[in-house]
Design a protein around this ligand. Structure first.
Ligand SMILES: [Fe+2]
Length: 501
């Protein structure tokens, strides 16, 4: 195990370092996704249409699930594995843009996780719209040397073509859904269906060729639908599908309540994290209640809730009224562009403070990463670029928290450094927050953060390894920087051991 970003700047991937071997794995010519490309934004319009004109995801999901059941999928959607009492599995969140940051995760993932029993992808398997023909470069090729099965829950991007690609790959080659009943003219549903983005009829031509990259018998897995549970060793892992808008339909909600019963300790995997960026987002269930209500219910014995969607790592150990501690984790750093952590305000939510909160990348590294990115993008590198030491110092000043990594030589926080930190949306300590603020943080995270894939290290990507035993589950967040040192010995950025009840 090598230094982490909490130990040294080199551990974070800064400075001159031997580049990783991951480049050899990249497809010969990969089309890079630009989230500023209007054609791409137009193809990804279904999320906006669903929020304006009503969300059809619940009904479509119900049709997929009914068809899978008719084809023989178990009604309880439980995958019963035969793992021993002690086993390990990986969680990879939001991997699939198919370029450098995704492939940079692979060598370390094989080093630190090649011996695990299976992997779970936590949402957004395939960017931008979940097409079947994108599974070659963004799923089968990157994970071809991972020897075990991969299960997945979809994220909003997998739903942008009505989940067809996801269902074919993960649910036993489910054929496309026939068109649903035509909506009545001049209704909102009618307008939506006129504007709706649909998959190219020729999509999937290359799928059987791509599947050959992961064709070993030990790599195969079939899941009963987009939501499922896995009984493995002493635990049950429950995967939910939160669709286009981060909600759960009534039918899935009833299933979730049912499958959450029983004495097995449980781990939730979701595409909508329940605590994120210092806020509680309990995830509504159609017809009443929330996913978090179900997770907190002491009868259900959840020990952790892990969500993708936001492309970094965050952990909130929340102590519940009955004294239990539930680990709420964001784990979306598996390959797509990096979401900022320097915009996360000083954490004070559900009793969790900066003392217990963990994130990766560290806020200072996130700010330094973004300063380089904007320096390049706006062609003002001399003005924007902050060294990791400057960024770390200004974060400590603005948030009123001590630097996480022991500082090197003292740095001067100049007016330029403060100005850049402000322009890039760095959070402030609550007592210094301005009463009037431009909506910088929101704008930066929602508009600018997408499109921020970079193609040279450090990438600040990560994946989770969970080691399960009858007594405890140990959760580790491993970093991938894109440098060789961290491929050979992926650093542990965070670790927690959760005793089993
Ligand atoms: Fe995502």
């Amino acid at each position: 195990m090598s230094d982490s970003s909490r130990d040294t700047a080199a551990g974070a991937g800064w400075g001159a370092a031997e580049p990783g071997a991951y480049r050899r794995l990249l497809p010969p010519a990969s089309a890079k996704i630009s989230w500023l490309d209007p054609r791409l934004l137009w193809a990804a319009r279904n999320g906006v249409l669903a929020s304006w004109l009503g969300d059809p995801t619940g009904r479509t999901r119900g049709r997929w699930v009914a068809r899978q059941e008719a084809a023989g999928a178990p009604a309880d959607k439980v995958i019963r594995r035969t793992d021993p009492d002690r086993f390990s599995f990986l969680v990879i969140g939001d991997p699939g843009e198919g370029d450098d940051p995704q492939y940079a995760v692979v060598p370390g993932l094989l080093t630190a996780g090649g011996d695990t029993s299976f992997a779970v992808i936590a949402s957004d398997v395939i960017y931008p719209v979940g097409s079947a023909d994108d599974y070659g470069p963004k799923f089968f090729r990157p994970y071809r040397d991972y020897p075990a099965p991969v299960y997945a829950v979809p994220g909003n991007h997998d739903w942008y073509e009505d989940l067809g690609g996801f269902m074919r790959v993960f649910c036993d080659d489910a054929p496309p859904l026939p068109p649903g009943p035509a909506p009545r003219p001049l209704t909102r549903a009618w307008l939506r269906s006129l504007l709706w983005h649909r998959p190219d009829p020729a999509d999937g031509r290359h799928l059987s060729e791509a599947r050959k990259l992961r064709s070993a018998p030990a790599q195969q897995a079939v899941q009963p639908g987009p939501y499922w549970a896995i009984d493995a060793g002493p635990v049950r892992i429950v995967g939910i599908d939160t669709g286009l808008l981060g909600t759960v339909d009534a039918e899935q909600g009833a299933w979730l309540r049912e499958v959450s019963r029983g004495p097995r300790p449980k781990i939730l995997i979701t595409g909508s994290p329940l605590y994120v960026d210092g806020r509680h987002e309990p995830c509504p269930v159609e017809g009443g209640g929330t996913v978090d209500d179900i997770v907190r219910d002491p009868a259900h014995r959840y020990i952790a809730a892990i969500g993708g969607d936001i492309h970094n790592y965050q952990r909130y150990p929340v102590t519940l009224a009955d004294g239990r501690v539930l680990q709420y984790v964001v784990a979306g750093g598996g390959g797509a562009f990096t979401h900022a952590t320097h915009t996360i305000p000083r954490v004070a939510v559900a009793g969790v403070t900066e003392r217990d909160f963990r994130c990766y990348p560290l806020r200072g590294d996130s700010l330094a990463f973004y300063s380089r990115l904007y320096g390049r993008r706006l062609r003002m590198p001399r003005f924007f670029t902050l060294t990791e030491a400057e960024a770390t110092a200004v974060i400590a000043e603005r948030l009123g928290i001590p630097p996480t990594r022991a500082p090197g030589a003292p740095v001067r926080v100049t007016r330029r450094v403060r100005l850049v930190a402000g322009l890039l949306g760095t959070a402030r300590r609550p007592d210094r927050a301005r009463r009037f603020r431009l909506p910088v943080r929101k704008v930066y995270t929602q508009v600018f953060s997408p499109g921020s894939a970079t193609y040279s290290p450090p990438f600040f990507k990560c994946f989770l390894r969970l080691d399960v035993s009858p007594e405890a589950v140990r959760l580790r967040c491993h970093a991938a920087t894109g440098n060789r040192a961290q491929e050979i010995a992926p650093p542990v950025e965070d670790e927690v051991t959760i005793p089993l009840p």
